[in-house]
Design a protein around this ligand. Structure first.
Ligand code: NI
Length: 251
């Protein structure tokens, strides 16, 4: 149930039965030689839409650009500054809160967003606490990383083991190929499993990880695996969402 495909009376009716909404958030950044630049935003979006259908919940427009300064050494990558992302999250949440939404369940596709989105939640809570000085129930925000649901974790380990890595993973690439089958392409990786390690900024990242991958072999991805990962993520996270909005994990 996408917010963008409703009318305002539809939303008014929805608010009579629920104050919860799903907020997909991702990133636009390189994902190695065969992964799409939109991988993190597309993963958040497809999982959010699935959860929205299963939990009969509204899904807000995806926040497609995130914290990706460290990927700017690769063409096509885009980033917001942390202060911009905090402002975007805060304005989106507070716009919806005017209408009566109170529970904001962010489904995240990018590890680099976590610190900043969490800071945005703190700003939103501070706004509510410091503006009026009352202790009335306010806005509740939660961040769920799709790749950290238990079913996805088990499946990624079973399918890919050490080749899962941490960036341009076969799991996230497979999920995008399930959603957008025309994107599937294969290429032998050299080395098969990319190096692991740390980095500071964009320059350092490209020097340490020249093809963009960290610890992964995305060439192991398949659309079939993507479907299994999708089903695992949607099943787990729909339960989490319903718990968050107070309906229990009854799907
Ligand atoms: Ni990613």
């Amino acid at each position: 149930m996408q917010l963008q495909l409703q009318t305002w009376p539809d939303v008014e009716t929805y608010l009579k039965r629920s104050d919860g909404i799903i907020m997909p958030i991702g990133s636009t950044e390189q994902h190695g030689p065969i992964g799409l630049v939109g991988t993190d935003a597309l993963c958040a979006e497809i999982v959010a839409r699935g959860v929205g259908e299963k939990a009969q919940a509204l899904v807000a427009p995806t926040i497609n650009v995130g914290m990706a300064q460290h990927h700017l050494g690769f063409p096509g990558s885009m980033t917001l500054r942390p202060s911009t992302m905090i402002a975007v999250v805060r304005d989106m949440v507070q716009s919806l809160a005017r209408h009566g939404f109170r529970r904001f369940f962010f489904i995240n596709g990018h590890g680099g967003n976590i610190a900043t989105v969490t800071a945005a939640f703190s700003e939103i809570y501070a706004d509510a606490s410091l503006a009026g000085g009352s202790n009335t129930p306010g806005i509740h925000c939660r961040l769920k990383n799709w790749w950290e649901s238990p079913g996805v974790g088990r499946l990624s380990k079973e399918l890919y083991g050490k080749a899962e890595g941490s960036h341009a993973t076969p799991s996230e690439v497979a999920l995008t190929w399930y959603g957008w089958p025309q994107a599937e392409r294969h290429q032998k990786m050299e080395p098969a499993i990319a190096p692991n390690g740390s980095f500071t900024d964009a320059f350092d990242y490209r020097r340490n990880f020249p093809d963009g991958r960290i610890g992964s072999n995305p060439d192991l991805a398949t659309r079939e695996a993507g479907q299994r990962l999708y089903e695992a993520a949607v099943g787990d996270i729909a339960g989490d969402y319903l718990g968050f909005v107070g309906k229990g994990a009854t799907v």
